[in-house]
Design a protein around this ligand. Structure first.
Ligand code: NAD
Ligand code: UFG
Length: 342
């Protein structure tokens, strides 16, 4: 099949963890006209050189904030984008409880600014980084894209993702030609096999793997395992851990789906991106330790507030409509994590 690899694509938040891996996979798939717009609040400009080292092409970098309407306007004046992949936003669940206004402003307000700049410029294709968190805590596994969303979300971060999804649906219905893909990520782990880019958050992480890495580096004393009394095979939490390279390829598949639509067709397409299976926290740790050849200091503590036992994705829709499924597993993710750790 022929795809429009001549498309010019904007990646907001493109120096971040998922955006940088997606930039690499876009270039690998032939998309060479990429512009990254990021305020570097949770990433480093050095990532641009790493993307170039891996892919042979350095996308254009623009330092800027999605809260800055003037900067966005200038960006869309300078470039005629065919599509936007919108990664920029704040993602720390715990921090969102302490600073809800900052999360609503950046995630929701920033997305509104971006959509307005797109509307004015006549760019109507957008792929949005949503999250399994929109399903709330009452959904049944495997989560299906048809399951209700927005009920039982336990933190402001999750609420912002739900609200943005609703905004995108309204925008897609507002005038013809809007083509929106909402990708609901499950738990991204691992990094590029080159070890050159990976998850390197500023500040204190919430997620399992960034914490494992901090403990491995000796920057944190021990890993706290939040509960071993869930109704799961080994009692620890079960999640759908997806290798970030597979996740990045899911974005390329979504873009190809969009480029196959007629220009004035409106669309709102929603896909889970996960492996379709759950692995436990103990399994993740054991796999990491197997590859590292040493044990991590760790301790089981009480369950974390708001956590649930088991989460994994239904992935048939993405397989059927995007022709995409994961190819890598937890061993690949842990091996690659160790390469990034150095
Ligand atoms: P990340 O923090 O590594 O990347 C986000 C990027 O956005 C960073 O480079 C940051 O500097 C930039 N950014 C933040 N605020 C900005 C602003 N106001 N203007 C411009 N740039 C800004 O996070 P990630 O893991 O790559 O996540 C990307 C997207 O995927 C986010 O929207 C996140 O909510 C979503 N998501 C992530 C996960 C996960 O577990 N990593 C899961 C589900 C959804
Ligand atoms: N965990 C620990 N110790 C830690 C951190 C996590 O035991 O120090 C456990 C959690 O209890 C959970 C599992 O590891 O069982 C995964 O936890 P994460 O914080 O890495 O991920 P979550 O599943 O809680 O949440 C993540 C993202 C959300 C997203 C959600 C979708 O943070 O943004 O996946 O399922 F919505």
């Amino acid at each position: 099949m022929w795809y429009n690899v001549g498309m010019k694509i904007l990646l907001t938040g493109g120096t971040g963890y998922i955006g940088s891996h997606t930039a690499v996979e876009l270039v690998a798939a032939g998309y060479k006209e990429i512009v990254i717009f990021d305020n570097l609040s949770n990433s480093k400009e050095l990532v641009m050189a790493k993307i170039a080292e891996i892919s042979g092409i350095e996308p254009e970098f623009v330092e800027g904030d999605i809260l800055d309407k003037v900067a966005l306007k200038g960006l869309f004046k300078k470039h005629k984008f065919d599509a936007v992949m919108h990664f920029a936003g704040l993602k720390a669940v715990g921090e969102s409880v302490e600073k809800p206004l900052q999360y609503y402003e950046t995630n929701v307000g920033g997305t509104v600014n971006l959509l307005e700049a797109m509307r004015v410029a006549g760019c109507k294709k957008i792929i949005f980084s949503s999250s399994a968190t929109v399903y709330g805590e009452h959904a049944e596994v495997p989560y299906s894209e048809d399951a209700p969303t927005g009920q039982g979300i336990t933190n402001p971060y999750g609420e912002t993702k739900h609200v943005i999804e609703e905004i995108l649906k309204d925008v897609a219905e507002s005038e013809s030609g809007w083509q929106v893909v909402i990708l609901r990520y499950f738990n991204p782990v691992g990094n590029h096999p080159s070890g050159l880019i990976g998850e390197d958050p500023n500040g204190i992480p919430n997620n399992l793997m960034p914490i494992v890495m901090k403990v491995a580096r000796g920057e944190m004393a021990e890993l706290l395992i939040f509960g071993d009394d869930y109704d799961t095979p080994d009692g620890s939490g079960v999640r759908d851990f997806i290798h970030v390279v597979d996740l990045a390829k899911g974005h390329v598949a979504a873009l190809e789906k969009l480029s196959g639509l007629a220009a004035d067709d409106s669309a709102i397409l929603i896909y889970n991106l996960g492996t379709g299976g759950g692995r436990s926290v103990f399994e993740v740790i054991a796999t990491y330790e197997k590859h590292a050849g040493k044990k991590l200091p760790r301790r089981v503590v009480d369950r974390r507030l708001g956590d649930i036992g088991e989460v994994y994705a239904g992935v048939e829709k993405a397989a059927r409509e995007l022709g995409w499924k994961t190819e890598l597993d937890l061993d690949d993710a842990m091996r690659d994590t160790l390469k990034f750790l150095g």
